[in-house]
Design a protein around this ligand. Structure first.
Ligand code: ATP
Length: 248
C-alpha cells in the first residue's frame, strides 16, 4: 500500500508541483492519475520512487516513509516505464531487460529464463528480439521492451508514465489490453499516468483527477461518472460523452 499524507511539493525555483495530497493507493490495483498538462501527475508519480522528494507531508510504502528506505534497493522493487522508453542504446534487448536482475545478483540461468518469459509475455518472440539493438525496434516494440524491463525483477510496484502516448491507436489499444491482462495474471500494484480519460476509465480500478497540483477527486470510474465533484471533472467526462460514448 502507498500512502500520501498531506503531501506538498515545491520545486527549488518556487513552482508549486503539488498541494496537500491525501491518497491511498491499494495493493494489486491499477491507480490512474489523470489531469491536464502541467497539473502535477508526473511529480506525484515520481515521489513514489523518489525521483522527486515531497517538501511537506509524508509518502509511505507499506507504512514506512520512502525517505527511510535504502533508495537503491527501494528502486529495484519499483518498476518504471515511461513515454520516452529510454532503453540503453548500446545494449541489446536482453541486456536492457537484465539490468535490475543483475543488480540484484540473480543467477545467470534465472535471468535467462526470465528474459524469455517476459518477452513472451509482452508478445515479442525471444529468438527474434533478444539480440536486437534498440535502434532495430519499432516504437511499439521498444515500448514493449520497456514494459518487460520494468517488470524484470518482479517488482511489487510498477510506475507507468504515459507509456503509450507516442503510439498509434491500434498498438496503443493492444498494449492497454496487455496491461489489463498482465494485471489480472500478476496482481501488481500499478500506478499509471495519462491525460486520456478513455485510457483512465479502461485501466483504472481507482482514478485520481489532478488539477493545478491538487487531488480533486478519486474513485472508481462509476463513482466519478455518477458523482463528478466539480465542473472541471464534469468537463473531462463530458468531453468523451460528446463523442457519443456512454459509460455504463
Ligand atoms: N524540474 C522542475 N522544476 C520546476 N518546475 C517544474 C519541474 N518539473 C515540473 N515542474 C512544474 O511542476 C508542475 C507539475 O508538473 P508535472 O510534470 O508533474 O505535470 P504533469 O501533469 O505530469 O504534466 P504533463 O502531462 O505535461 O507531463 C508544472 O507546473 C511544471 O511546470
Amino acid at each position: 500500500m502507498i500512502e500520501f499524507i498531506n503531501v506538498g511539493m515545491t520545486y527549488p525555483n518556487g513552482n508549486v508541483g503539488l498541494k496537500n495530497i491525501n491518497l491511498t493507493i491499494n495493493e494489486s490495483e491499477i491507480t490512474v492519475f489523470i489531469g491536464l498538462s502541467g497539473s502535477g501527475k508526473t511529480t506525484l508519480l515520481k515521489m513514489i520512487n523518489r525521483l522527486e522528494d515531497n517538501t511537506t507531508g509524508e509518502v509511505k510504502i507499506n507504512g514506512k516513509n520512502v525517505k527511510d528506505y535504502n533508495i537503491h534497493k527501494m528502486r529495484w522493487d519499483i518498476g518504471y516505464a515511461l513515454q520516452q522508453v529510454a532503453l540503453f542504446p548500446h545494449m541489446t534487448v536482453e541486456e536492457n531487460i537484465a539490468i535490475v536482475p543483475e543488480l540484484k545478483k540473480w543467477k545467470k540461468e534465472k535471468i535467462d529464463t526470465r528474459i524469455n518469459e517476459l518477452l513472451n509475455m509482452v508478445g515479442l518472440e525471444p529468438k527474434k528480439y533478444r539480440k536486437r539493438n534498440p535502434s532495430e525496434l519499432s516504437g511499439g516494440e521498444a515500448q514493449r521492451v520497456g514494459i518487460a524491463r520494468a517488470l524484470a525483477a518482479d517488482p511489487k510496484i510498477i510506475l507507468m508514465d504515459e507509456p503509450f502516448s507516442a503510439l498509434d491507436p491500434i498498438t496503443r489499444a493492444n498494449l492497454q489490453e496487455d496491461v489489463k491482462k498482465l494485471q489480472k495474471q500478476i496482481h501488481k500494484t500499478i500506478v499509471f499516468v495519462t491525460h486520456d480519460i478513455e485510457e483512465a476509465f479502461l485501466l483504472g480500478d481507482k482514478i485520481c483527477i489532478i488539477q493545478d497540483g491538487e487531488l480533486i477527486q478519486s474513485g472508481t470510474k462509476h463513482e466519478i461518472i455518477s458523482n463528478p465533484k466539480n465542473d472541471f471533472v464534469k468537463k473531462f467526462i463530458a468531453f468523451k460523452k460528446k463523442e457519443g460514448e456512454i459509460y455504463e
